[in-house]
Design a protein around this ligand. Structure first.
Ligand code: GLA
Length: 396
């Protein structure tokens, strides 16, 4: 597996240094390897991955770092750099367990690797992250990806990235109880710097799409409302979509094109809720395709309008937004330095993504922050990100 050197000026170099220092302080030896995985932001194509649709995420500049060294026994000992206790379990006992600690993501990926024939030995690990937990930016997929890369390296094995993403997705289903699609794990593992990942979730193929937006950046604004996808709403939306597809006699809602939408909505036998889901998924797939074309042409205004329409659909039809996200999106959409803004990720809290003019980005952050603080109290955390590289091992 190729290892890259952390570049000087890399915003995550400090984080890597901190994790290494903490690893040495805790375990009295140096880590043998360090895995880094970014969070992700989805530009457009929301709640369509589990409907076989098309999504357009990018890896972000915030990441999770895991320093690892093998042990002579089968113990796995996990710590965070802000040392809040040690999680410990056996590498030979990888059941989901009943606790909700973050070790379940590690066990889930290790169990998947074991099923694939890679029995990860015992190891010590120390983890730190700049991806806000509950921010809708895939901190759990980043933890899964670092575990996957580090686990494979400890076994001296390799695995194709998309296959590893599916293994991580399975861990999320079985060990965290979230019936998620493939977008987050694929984005974290397969994204490349400077590119958006156009992922066809049914064909399981992807294309790196250059992010051509001279003078424009992606801005992430975190509502601070921690989303809890396991709370059931996510699973309910997914099941409504699947039932609608059965009633429409298609394998998934991906197979309803925009021209067939009116006919599908007119069919008796769909509930109102199913109709709203169908309308969201069909129009969102169409918006994603049009957004890719707009970005390829460098037509930021058109891409921005599609982001705005995506938010409206998620708010009104799919009903996965919340007051705070709606407020951020509406405030950003009125801002002269913003081309478009929408909630990103699973929703019910988490973050918004905006296409923002690079030059005015600090002022946009201040204006949205002031307006949000006046209404809700705290200022939302916000940052501009590049389309960052995907997960990797780095030289130690
Ligand atoms: C969460 C899930 C993804 C995807 C998004 C919504 O992030 O993990 O698989 O369904 O929600 O687009």
């Amino acid at each position: 597996m190729t290892k890259t050197e952390p570049k000087s000026g890399d915003p995550n170099a400090d984080l890597v240094a901190r994790v290494r220092r903490q690893f040495e302080a805790l375990h009295g030896r140096s880590p043998a390897l360090v895995a880094v995985a970014p969070g992700r932001v989805n530009v457009i194509g929301e709640h369509v991955d589990y409907n076989g649709g098309w999504v357009l995420p990018a890896a972000i500049d915030r990441c999770l770092v895991m320093a690892v060294a093998p042990r002579d026994d089968d113990r796995v000992r996990l710590a965070t750099a802000d040392f809040d206790g040690l999680l410990e379990f056996s590498a030979r006992d990888l059941g989901p367990g009943s606790t909700k600690d973050w070790g379940r993501y590690v066990r889930g990926v290790m169990a998947g690797l074991a099923r694939a024939g890679h029995n990860v030995p015992g190891f010590d690990a120390c983890v730190a992250s700049t991806i806000p937990v509950g921010g809708g930016l895939s901190s759990s997929a980043a933890l899964e990806a670092t575990t996957g890369l580090a686990g494979l390296a400890l076994c001296g094995a390799e695995m194709e990235r998309f296959r590893l993403a599916k293994l991580c997705q399975q861990a999320e289903h079985d060990y965290a109880g979230v019936p998620c699609g493939i977008m987050d794990q694929a984005a974290v593992l397969c994204c490349e710097a400077g590119h958006l990942l156009l992922l066809d979730c049914e064909a399981e193929t992807y294309q790196q799409t250059a992010f051509r937006a001279e003078g424009w950046s992606l801005l992430i604004i975190n509502s601070g409302v921690a989303h809890e996808l396991a709370s059931g709403e996510y699973a309910l939306r997914r099941s409504a979509c699947e039932q609608a597809a059965r009633r429409l006699r298609v394998p998934s809602l991906r197979h309803v094109g925009p021209d067939a939408l009116a006919g599908a909505l007119a069919l008796p036998g769909l509930t109102d809720e199913m109709r709203r889901c169908v309308r969201h998924v069909v129009t969102e797939n169409d918006r994603t395709s049009r957004c890719v074309t707009a970005l390829q042409r460098g037509d930021i205004a058109a891409a921005g309008q599609l982001l705005n329409a995506s938010h409206a659909s998620l708010r009104d039809d799919y009903r996965v937004s919340c007051e705070e996200l709606d407020f951020i999106a509406a405030t950003a959409q009125r801002d002269p330095s913003v081309a478009g803004c929408r909630m990103t990720g699973g929703g019910f809290g988490g973050s918004c993504v905006a296409l923002v003019r690079q030059e005015g980005a600090d002022d946009v952050i201040r204006r949205i922050g002031d307006a949000f603080a006046a209404k809700f109290g705290p200022r939302p955390a916000a940052f501009v990100t590049t389309a960052a590289p995907g997960a990797r091992l780095i030289a130690v």
